[in-house]
Design a binder for this molecule. Structure first.
Ligand code: KMH
Ligand code: ZN
Length: 282
């Protein structure tokens, strides 16, 4: 792995967009596996997964999650990161149980944040419980940062409970959510300066923040997250065609910045993710 490379994570689905509003949104298992394959070919190394039920509604059904992890691993080389954020309506117990699907990585949001008209709840005791379970299960957390105060909560979590599984701290700034930090360079650089020493980070700008945040992250030495969870418009008046289109653009920006896309194998080594291929869920 070269430090000059860019890890691209694709977040293809999310929990907020209806399939009827974005027909290219992958909501079935086969759509998700096909998306993983196409995004890997376009330059992604990791996939941040939310799943849907048969009615295309967000679900944290453990059987489906377990099947999804296996199918994405079979169908692509991408590192599989499951969302523990789910939708704003998911109960804490279901969000904790996500780890039982044995993904390579999981998201761990470092505090409660307003989320449009809703509230994305991540109180301190929940963060601690989720973190301790990742340590016990050997799953590498990605610390999601929606606001600058959450960077300080991350430092507190590490100070009080020690390093994550794999020993390496990796974070993702999610910028421009209504209620969180803005998708500005000032906020990004303030957040980066407050990270623990040695941490790696990616950034994603929601909606029209996508390109400024991606360009800023590349310039500041960060990695990229893109996908239809965060962005449905490719350019003014032009809907996103599919997730691979967003990954291809991120890969092109990374190459222009002389920081080409990182392979899944290099990302695995950077993050300290153990190889679970061939292992069933716990
Ligand atoms: N859907 C949001 C409420 C995560 O995946 O961990 C939370 C979210 C963050 O997407
Ligand atoms: Zn998510």
């Amino acid at each position: 792995m070269s430090l000059a490379e860019t890890m691209i994570t694709v977040a293809p689905t999310g929990a907020e967009t209806a399939k009827a509003d974005a027909p290219a949104l992958p909501v079935t298992l086969s759509e998700l596996v096909e998306t993983a394959r196409a995004c890997e070919a376009a330059g992604a190394a990791m996939i941040h997964v939310h799943i849907r039920d048969d009615a295309a509604q967000p679900t944290l059904d453990l059987g489906r999650l377990t099947e999804t992890v296996a199918a994405v691993r079979d169908g692509s080389g991408l590192l599989v990161q499951l969302s523990t954020g789910g939708s704003v309506h998911d109960p804490f117990e279901d969000r904790l149980a996500v780890l039982e699907a044995a993904p390579d990585s999981c998201s761990l949001t470092c505090g409660t944040v307003n989320f449009g008209d809703d509230v994305f709840l991540n109180p301190w005791p929940f963060m601690v419980e989720l973190y301790r379970r990742t340590q016990e299960a050997g799953i590498v957390p990605e610390f999601e940062l929606f606001d600058l105060g959450q960077v300080h909560a991350l430092n507190r979590l590490l100070d009080e409970y020690g390093p994550p599984s794999g020993g390496h701290v990796h974070c993702d700034f999610v910028m421009g959510v209504p209620g969180g930090m803005p998708a500005s360079l000032e906020a990004l650089l303030t957040g980066v300066r407050a990270l623990p020493a040695g941490a790696s980070w990616s950034a994603t700008g929601v909606g029209r923040g996508t390109l400024p945040v991606a360009l800023g992250a590349l310039a500041a030495g960060g990695h990229l997250r893109v996908g239809m969870e965060d962005t449905l418009t490719y350019a003014k008046g032009e809907p996103v065609r599919d997730n691979a289109q967003l990954v291809a653009r991120a890969a092109e920006l990374a190459r222009l910045a002389q920081r080409p896309p990182m392979s899944p194998a290099a990302a695995r080594s950077m993050l300290g993710v153990k190889d679970r291929r061939g292992e069933g869920a716990a």
